[in-house]
Design a protein around this ligand. Structure first.
Ligand SMILES: Nc1ncnc2c1ncn2[C@@H]1O[C@H](COP(=O)(O)OP(=O)(O)OP(=O)(O)O)[C@@H](O)[C@H]1O
Length: 259
């Protein structure tokens, strides 16, 4: 099992944003985390990637206990995440945004950089090659010299995915990859996610667009009020009365989700 989550909890004061959550993420699969607004999905991602420290519980990744580790440590261990809204460096080119992420696998230190040692030059070449490879993979290599933060949302989302892939993850956490995209773009993100999995990267995603979740996910984990209320295949989840009830409780028909 690539990721094992046990009894994971996070409280903000008296609010239990994530409460006693258990689930496993098998290698080579797409696991979707769904639930109504405020269910705890983003908080759960932040716990997995080390942005928040859990109040209780454990996270085991690739056989190693990573509970409470910081993001710079989890990324080195092989967990990368993207955010609901893109976090690109203002004023930097597309290529430089992705090259910055390559530093995670860099072998040279500050002194190598100052002295321009062979090790530093080798790292620089490797970062450039890797960045171009990822930009081509996500389909935005032609935008390499553009200022990333001025590009349309869809391109920025692709660049964020290239950044995450440039850290050479085993597990990629995608926070609402299709939010704010057209139906056609959503479909194209679905294809990209399948290609990422075909490369051998396991994917875990939070997404409100149910058509995408149902098409892509091998496994769905459903949260409501911070608790895991169901886990199963898309077919199991579609017909689960507790899940239907949770979404109806949002007053949004079968949503809080979108189709
Ligand atoms: N840093 C924080 N401090 C206090 N409360 C927080 C914090 N982050 C999240 N919460 C609260 O925790 C609960 C879960 O929020 P979270 O953002 O994880 O839900 P979500 O399922 O991702 O929601 P959405 O689908 O709307 O993005 C909410 O009640 C939210 O207000």
């Amino acid at each position: 099992m690539l990721l094992e989550v046990r009894g994971l909890s996070k409280a903000f004061g008296g609010l239990h944003a994530v409460q006693d959550v258990d689930f496993d993420v098998p290698e080579g699969c797409v696991t979707a985390i769904i639930g109504p607004n405020g269910a705890g999905k983003s908080t759960l991602f932040n716990l997995l990637a080390g942005f928040y420290r859990p109040t209780a519980g454990t996270v085991t990744f690739d056989g190693k206990d990573i509970t409470g580790m910081q993001p710079h440590q989890t990324v080195r261990d092989g967990i990368a995440r993207t955010f609901q809204t893109t976090h690109l460096f203002d004023g930097a080119s597309v290529l430089d945004n992705v090259r910055a992420a390559c530093v995670v696998r860099s072998r040279s230190n500050a002194l190598d950089a100052v002295l321009h040692t062979p090790r530093f030059r080798k790292d620089e070449r490797r970062s450039l090659d890797r960045s171009m490879h990822e930009l081509e993979f996500v389909g935005v290599a032609h935008l390499r010299d553009e200022i990333a933060s001025t590009l349309p949302q869809e391109a920025q989302k692709r660049i964020s995915i290239a950044q995450a892939l440039a850290t050479e993850p085993k597990l990629l956490l995608l926070d609402e990859p299709a939010a704010g995209t057209t139906d056609e773009e959503t479909e194209s993100f679905g294809t990209l996610i399948r290609e990422i999995v075909a490369r051998g990267v396991t994917v875990c995603l939070v997404e409100h667009k149910m058509s995408m979740v149902m098409n892509l996910a091998d496994q769905i984990v459903v949260l409501d009020h911070g608790q895991r209320i169901a886990v199963g295949t898309p077919d199991d989840i579609k017909s689960n009365p507790q899940v239907i009830e949770a979404y109806l409780g949002t007053g949004a028909g079968t949503t809080g989700a979108t189709t």
